[in-house]
Write a protein that binds this ligand. Structure first.
Ligand SMILES: [Mg+2]
Length: 243
């Protein structure tokens, strides 16, 4: 007999970090004003359109993308001093929207105390390096056993391969013993359930209409704050399954 939960995997935006509605054109303007002030407005418009296309590809075909590909698609070379400075401006714009929910450090520590592995699976264009910097700043990097950022794989949530990649990162093999926690009924809940995991919904995000999917998964639990994930997992840990 073994415990019924081996791992809890979390989404990032709107889950581990609270949802903020961000002006997506403005984020690019912060980049382009540094990269090429003379074409700042035109390039910001092109990058916004390219990003919307990337999210559409993720929603409709679960194909992932990278920030570098996005920049190259509008003729921006994502290397060199000018790019590095522009990228720093872009990250500074995002910085206030990246802080971890204060419930997270004690929650992750409590899960690990119970012998439950902690994972992250994020649909993201940002690099692992940047995500890890953010987690390190907030003191949680060492509480994460494995993470998958979709810019590093071919697929995005809700494709089962994205969820299986996160299981591989945690060295767990039975999706029935994995819990996924996320804010999106399509990407997170539907995807996790299709993969055979249990799903917990944190329902506080204003998901843009053009990022919603065509179906919504049925969560096994809904929590109003992340601290409430722990009693839900404890209940499932109390169940036992035949080894
Ligand atoms: Mg999210």
């Amino acid at each position: 007999m073994t415990g019924a939960v081996e791992a809890v995997i979390f989404d990032w935006g709107g889950t581990l970090t609270p949802w903020h509605t961000v002006d997506l054109r403005e984020q690019w303007a912060h980049y382009t004003q540094v990269y090429d002030a003379g074409r700042a407005d035109e390039l910001a418009g092109l990058l916004l359109a390219a990003e919307e296309e990337a999210w559409r590809r993720a929603r409709d075909h679960q194909r992932s993308g990278t920030l570098d590909d996005l920049l190259r698609s509008v003729g921006v070379e994502p290397s060199g001093e000018r790019h590095e400075q522009a990228l720093a401006a872009y990250h500074r714009f995002w910085e206030p929207h990246t802080y971890i929910d204060p419930d997270v450090p004690p929650l992750l520590a409590a899960l690990r105390d119970r012998g439950v592995k902690v994972g992250v699976l994020s649909n993201t264009l940002w690099t692992r390096e940047h995500h890890e910097e953010v987690f390190r700043r907030d003191g949680v990097l060492d509480l994460i056993d494995g993470a998958v950022y979709t810019c590093e794989i071919e697929w995005t949530k809700p494709h089962p391969e994205a969820f299986r990649a996160a299981m591989t990162a945690l060295a767990v093999t039975d999706p029935a013993r994995v819990v996924f926690v996320g804010d999106r009924p399509y990407d997170d809940v539907h995807g996790a359930k299709e993969t055979g995991m249990r799903a917990v919904l944190v329902p506080h995000s204003a998901i843009p209409e053009n990022q919603k999917g065509h179906v919504e998964g049925d969560p096994d639990a809904v929590v109003q704050r992340l601290a409430d994930v722990l009693p839900v997992v404890d209940r499932w840990l109390g169940e036992t399954v035949q080894a």
